[in-house]
Design a protein around this ligand. Structure first.
Ligand code: AP5
Ligand code: MG
Length: 183
């Protein structure tokens, strides 16, 4: 069984299932789920200062500037276990996260990469239809992801935290795969 102070990151392309799997894992393992995308969308809906600053980037499928999101992460990462979804997304963010964890005396246990292809995620996202699930924006989000993906994977491989999980198939199938690798 996974310890209740386990700290993990779920990484993957848009539509790879990060949010879906994070919620299922959080419930089963009694860990806190932190979704940066959800936090930012809430700020947009409240039309807060942060929400106003990030809205346009999100609509276009571009990354919000690192300085804006690192503050959010710093505030949300507290002691105890967590499943972080949506951060880091580039090497600078990965290094910022390393610093935040060191400062807070926290240690990451797993970095899980949900591997998936563009075709599958496009179908899933078009079916969902969130504000940024438009064909052109999905394409942009995929490109932004691909641009940084290998650098991030290398960073966590070097730290011996990287676990690759096949993100294809049904939700429960992927969930079982993740639970298997955590054993
Ligand atoms: P974010 O909200 O994180 O969006 P994303 O990365 O594009 O990913 P999604 O939330 O669309 O997909 P997901 O992997 O969570 O999959 P989900 O479980 O939802 O970020 C949005 C924006 O915020 C970014 O574009 C950026 O602008 C900004 N942002 C966020 N983080 C940032 C950062 N660190 N730095 C800078 N900017 C940042 O599943 C998708 C759909 O598929 C659902 O309908 C689900 O039901 C379905 N589904 C899931 N799994 C399966 C399955 N196995 N089979 C069938 N359907 C499935
Ligand atoms: Mg999500």
């Amino acid at each position: 069984m996974v310890a209740t102070d386990t700290k993990m990151i779920l990484f993957g392309a848009p539509g790879s299932g990060k949010g879906t799997q994070a919620l299922k894992l959080a419930k089963e393992l009694k860990l806190k789920s932190i979704s940066l995308g959800d936090i930012l969308r809430l700020e947009v809906s409240k039309a807060s200062d942060l929400g106003k600053q990030v809205h346009e980037y999100m609509q276009k499928g571009l990354l919000v500037p690192d300085g804006l999101v690192s503050k959010v992460i710093e505030e949300n990462l507290i002691s105890g276990g967590f499943i972080l979804d949506g951060y880091p997304r580039n090497l600078d963010q990965a290094k910022t996260l390393d610093d935040i964890l060191t400062r807070k005396n926290l240690k990451l246990d797993f970095f899980i990469y949900l591997e998936i292809d563009e075709n599958t995620i496009t179908k899933r996202l078009l079916k969902r239809g969130r504000g940024d699930d438009d064909p052109l924006v999905i394409k942009k989000r995929w490109e932004v992801f691909i641009e940084e993906c290998n650098k991030i994977l290398k960073h966590y491989k070097n730290k011996k935290k990287l676990i690759i999980v096949d993100g294809r198939g049904g939700i429960d199938e992927v969930f079982s795969r993740i639970k298997d690798v955590l054993k």
